[in-house]
Design a protein around this ligand. Structure first.
Ligand code: PRX
Length: 634
């Protein structure tokens, strides 16, 4: 088991040591795992190419570390508690031994369909145990999993399957989500029709049992795949730098990119951060409410907790079904000790009133966590007072799909807390702030661009199939630095406060969405000439999506047309990217070189019309008046 800091002094020593001797520091953490062969070199790196290698030459399998090595000491301990969407549904528990068997059987099933080391397997599944079992089964045999959040559309799924050239898709028949039943398999069928030619097999997990269309050439039920397989599958020997998974995420340009994480470094980093940020103790029940389709679910529902032999929970449903007390009902029922959620959920529950939280016994809680977006002070205080009953530390954890694990966070009862501050960098994380020229900002209380100057084991290694894009996006803005895309400021004690993205990436309910993606989708609507999408502050979602749309000629039924635009976005990306506000305009403010002036649109979308800056240099300054007049957020 990796080290656990207990005191402020431990943190200070660990941080100092991690900066002065990063190889010693991480090498020592890595010693705590099972390696088939020890590494030759802890770290080799440069941020120019970029080329980062942790534990080079080391051989291992992450599932050996998540499962096998716990069997003697924790074989009968609960590894996973799965909570059903329904209040009276049948929850499920898996001990480490049971989870091990399920993963091994699933892995043998995958092998029987010809899946082998290096093949890509896409998952498009709701929050069911088979998703966790399946991803671990891939890791067992060295296949690279790529999990696509099951709220994405067929088109978005097809884009990802094609980019990864996946050999297999694993899905469910239907998804239970709150009061809805969502036809998951039908979305996959549609994606296949869009030309996913690399796919040889579609594995269907019988979830609700409802009837689905069947394609004899591709489809097989999961229970048939694993009907006659062995209970043991020898783990594939992986190199520390072999890819473990691809996870697609949005950037400021083009289609989402496949962030690649490798095996050894990701393992060490997720285990270390899990154990320290949540201060996990052997008998604790830990619950992260994220979806496994996002990085938070990968690192802090599956890998981090299982690596540390924890009891991890997985919830199928939504926080407001059957009512806004559901989270707290589950915390009470399972005596949850660590609870990790997103600010958007906190704000949504806060808006429903205190009665839903007041009536539950939450005395088991020891640590509360948030992730995914800046938490506003009001939500932080509500979380602290109502859920934490004023006595439980909150860890506001800042990190990204690309970082693999938590980077900046308070350590519960070890470092102090300041509402809305993600606080201090974890050991191994050498954060700095720079100005737009790349000069280091030494002063406190000055806003700057958040960068990291030394690799940590969980850093992304590349973007799938396009290493140049990885360099361009993260390592080109400033020489020798990883650029996060976020702005932040530091207080006089060294705590960081994350301000938000400085690129064209929106954060809507904690979901990362590129404005370019939404614009491309809108532009697919018949009758649309051009569009520009910006974010604006939204009480519950954090940011809402505001779309300015130029149409071909006059539209007779504006309301109908806006519906059409919204539906196109739903079809192209998924409901999470649907604009909250659509404003039809006759033009967009542009510079003389034809660039859209988003700065002006952002101000208009925010309702801040007073000071739009100098617009006289625009190609079409008159358009600004028209847009302002019809703006929706005045
Ligand atoms: O802007 C930051 C915001 O979420 C972005 C990363 O999104 P994603 O890759 O989807 O990963 C989310 C879950 C790790 C960041 O660039 N963000 C994440 N955590 C915080 C945050 N903003 C403020 N405070 C946080 N704690």
């Amino acid at each position: 088991m990796v080290d656990q800091m207990k005191t402020l002094d431990d943190y200070k020593k660990a941080y100092k040591n991690s900066v002065e001797n990063p190889k010693d520091f991480w090498g020592k953490q890595a010693e705590n795992f099972v390696w088939y062969k020890k590494w030759d070199n802890v770290l080799d790196w440069n941020f120019n190419e970029p080329n980062v290698k942790w534990f080079e030459g080391g051989k291992l399998n992450i599932t050996e570390n998540c499962l096998d090595r716990h069997l003697d000491s924790r074989g009968d301990k609960t590894a996973l508690i799965w909570v059903s969407n329904e209040l009276d549904g049948e929850d499920k528990k898996y001990t480490y031994r049971e989870l091990h068997t399920e993963v091994n059987r699933f892995a043998n099933g995958l092998k029987s369909k010809g899946i082998k080391k290096g093949d890509r397997v896409v998952f498009y599944m709701p929050m069911v145990p088979e998703l966790m079992i399946g991803m671990l089964a891939c890791a067992r045999i060295g296949a690279i999993h790529s999990i696509v959040f099951a709220g994405f559309s067929s088109q978005a799924l097809a884009d990802r399957v094609q980019d990864a050239e996946a050999k297999m898709i694993i899905c469910s028949d239907f998804n239970n989500r709150g009061a809805k039943k969502i036809p998951v398999k039908a979305v996959v069928d549609n994606a296949i029709k869009m030309g996913c030619t690399s796919v040889e097999t579609v594995v269907v997990h019988k979830n609700t049992g409802a009837e689905v269309e069947w394609n004899e050439n591709l489809d097989i039920y999961l229970h048939d795949l694993t009907a006659n397989v062995d209970d043991y599958c020898k783990p594939e020997e992986m190199d520390a730098e072999d890819p473990l998974f691809i996870l697609y995420t949005s950037g400021s340009t083009g289609k989402p990119k496949g962030v690649v994480h490798t095996t050894g470094g990701y393992m060490v980093y997720t285990a270390y951060t899990f154990k320290n940020v949540f201060q996990y103790q052997e008998d604790d029940i830990y619950w992260c409410t994220a979806d496994i389709g996002w990085i938070t679910g990968h690192s802090y529902i599956t890998y981090g907790p299982l690596l540390e032999g924890a009891t991890t929970m997985m919830f199928e449903g939504v926080p407001t079904y059957p009512d806004a007390g559901r989270f707290w009902e589950i915390v009470q029922k399972y005596k949850v000790n660590q609870f990790y959620t997103a600010p958007t959920a906190i704000r949504a529950l806060m808006a429903k009133g205190d009665d839903f939280v007041d009536k539950y016994d939450l005395s088991s809680l020891k640590v509360l966590g948030t992730v995914g977006e800046p938490i506003n002070e009001e939500a932080w205080i509500w979380y602290f007072e109502k859920v934490g009953r004023r006595s439980i530390p909150i860890v506001d954890t800042w990190w990204q799909t690309e970082t693999g694990g938590i980077m900046i966070s308070p350590l519960p009862l070890i470092t102090d807390m300041r509402p809305t501050f993600a606080s201090y960098p974890l050991p191994g994380i050498q954060t700095i702030l720079v100005d737009t020229e790349g000069n280091t900002i030494e002063e406190n209380e000055v806003e700057g661009l958040l960068c990291v100057k030394h690799p940590w084991p969980g850093i992304l290694r590349t973007t799938w199939g396009d290493h140049k894009r990885c360099k361009q996006t993260y390592f080109s803005a400033f020489p020798e630095l990883y650029f996060t895309g976020d702005a932040a400021r530091r207080d006089e004690d060294g705590r960081y406060r994350i301000i938000g993205r400085v690129d064209d990436v929106l954060n809507v309910s904690g979901h990362r969405i590129g404005t370019a993606e939404v614009e491309n989708a809108i532009n697919e609507t018949p009758g649309v000439v051009e569009s520009a999408v910006v974010g604006y502050p939204h009480d519950i979602k954090g940011q809402g999506i505001y779309a300015f749309v130029i149409t071909k000629g006059k539209i007779s039924d504006e309301a109908e047309f806006k519906k059409l635009v919204a539906n196109t976005v739903r079809t192209e990306i998924g409901p999470i990217a649907k604009p909250d506000i659509i404003q039809l305009v006759s033009g967009l403010p542009k510079t003389r070189s034809g660039k859209i002036m988003r700065r002006i649109l952002r101000k208009i979308a925010t309702g801040d019309m007073s000071n739009l800056g100098d617009i006289s240099t625009l190609l079409n300054p008159e358009i600004v008046e028209e847009i302002k007049r019809k703006a929706k957020n005045k």
